[in-house]
Design a protein around this ligand. Structure first.
Ligand code: EPZ
Length: 420
């Protein structure tokens, strides 16, 4: 397995270009199942997770082509309604084919996605939502089987106990071909939800309220193929912002949507970091010292849970103490143990509060990535640490960051990938 090696102490400077958002591309590609024709997606990031969902759609019978950053998906040939365990286990977001398959075929069998390092990741809200639309759900031998009585789902009111991103996406895609109107209440409001809704409307759907807590979907008979562009990755944007702040650098982050990362901009400014906001780029200049600020992760537009690990690396070298409250996932502090190995001073209380006491310097050390965003946290820590940091299990990072070592070395970091 590859490792990433970083010799710390360099200030980042220069320009970095943001890739398309993994968490927007995945539901968009899944939406190809709904269309009797070829969808064209541009600005698709080249990532392991994108490869995984391409394999899954091809296994169902779709024809996919991925050239440079454009993916074409022709769903006409889809003849299977079963997403197999060995494909779903590689990527939980495969659950996103469930809604479209039931919407198109009235029947679907998808392996239960199971948990991951950061939590149990249940899908109960996806399933109760499908039941509200008239599907019968059976779970046996590790598979979810959803079947509609009359072959077509029926619109209904769905209330989410808590905002769920892929739950909102799954049920939006299920509802677009349903008979009648569906209202999603307490819907997730992430930019990726808006991107998917805009794409579906381009395909002929009738969705309103995306980006707010109440979404209305008027079912239509069919959707037509379209060309869709994937929005820039707000979490990659935030990751480079935090890295620039941590190294005291001066970085222009291009091809991003500052509006999508407002929670991180606000908190970074609170640390004394200078953030200049333009229409499609951000300039981040690290301050002479870093102030400690408390954060609590929340559904969008709150501070994103996907930025918590990266921000903890910054707070590890801040002047003062802060509390990080992870309110979304039950086990998303695994990176803290690795930061402790690098000399950080962090204590975790009752599972989702971390007290981070800033230290003068971190020391380079061999560390292990446990999940996608934890790996980004360790890269940031390695960039500022004294000496050499070697990160193992970087396949976690390859799932969600396109060419991250090239992008960081382009900003002056001493970072390289070591192949076994
Ligand atoms: C999406 O996951 C993202 N993944 C995650 O990004 C992100 O961390 C998460 O949203 C929160 O923003 C993709 O978009 C592919 P949720 P998702 O459903 O949809 C609970 C990354 O690093 N819940 O919004 O799976 C759940 O346990 C990944 O790119 C239920 O209880 O997250 C969590 O506590 C990591 N029942 C909360 O809701 C359900 O049926 C929010 O989860 C669904 C969710």
């Amino acid at each position: 397995m590859d490792k990433i090696q970083i010799n710390g102490g360099r200030r980042l400077s220069g320009d970095v270009y943001i890739s398309g958002a993994k968490n927007a591309a995945l539901p968009l590609i899944a939406s190809s199942i709904l269309v009797d024709g070829s969808m064209v997606f541009s600005n698709v990031p080249r990532l392991m997770d994108i490869h995984s969902i391409q394999l899954l759609l091809e296994d169902l019978g779709a024809v996919c082509e991925f050239d440079d950053h454009t993916m074409t998906v022709d769903g006409r040939g889809i003849h299977k309604i079963e997403a197999a365990y060995d494909l779903v286990r590689k990527m939980r977001a495969s659950i996103l084919v469930l809604g479209p398959l039931v919407a198109r075929f009235g029947h679907a069998k998808v392996s239960m996605p199971g948990g991951c390092a950061i939590g149990a990741r249940p899908v109960n809200m996806h399933l109760t939502g499908l039941e509200a639309l008239g599907a019968e759900i059976h779970i046996e031998h590790g598979y979810i089987e959803a079947r509609t009585k009359g072959g077509r789902l029926t619109g209904n009111e769905i209330y989410f106990d808590i905002p769920t991103v892929t739950g909102t996406e799954n049920l939006m895609m299920a509802a677009v071909l349903a008979q009648g109107k569906t209202v999603l209440r307490n819907a997730a409001r992430e930019p990726e939800i808006v991107c998917l809704a805009d794409a579906l409307n381009t395909m002929g759907a009738q969705i309103s309220g995306a980006g707010t807590a109440i979404m209305t979907i008027e079912g239509v008979k069919k959707l037509t193929p379209a060309q869709v562009s994937v929005i820039p990755d707000r979490i990659e944007t935030g990751t480079f912002m935090v890295a620039a702040a941590a190294t005291g650098g001066d970085v222009m982050i291009r091809g991003c949507v500052p509006d999508h990362i407002g929670g991180v901009i606000s908190k970074l400014k609170g640390t004394g970091t200078d953030v200049e906001v333009f229409e499609d780029r951000l300039r981040v200049k690290g301050g002479a010292s870093i102030k400690s600020v408390d954060i609590k992760t929340l559904p969008y537009p709150g501070f994103p849970t996907d930025m918590q690990a990266q921000f903890m690396a910054l707070m590890a070298i801040a002047n003062g103490n802060c509390v990080i409250h992870e309110s979304i996932f039950e086990n998303r502090f695994i990176h803290a143990n690795e930061l402790l190995r690098m000399g950080a001073d962090i204590s975790i209380s009752n599972g989702n509060y971390a007290m981070v006491r800033g230290v003068e310097k971190l020391q380079g050390a061999p560390v292990m990535a446990s999940d996608l965003r934890a790996s980004a946290s360790l890269v940031i820590a390695g960039l500022v640490a004294d000496g050499t940091t070697e990160i193992s299990r970087v396949y976690h990072m390859d799932r969600g960051y396109e060419g991250i070592e090239e992008k960081f070395s382009g900003l002056g970091a001493d970072i390289s990938r070591i192949k076994p």
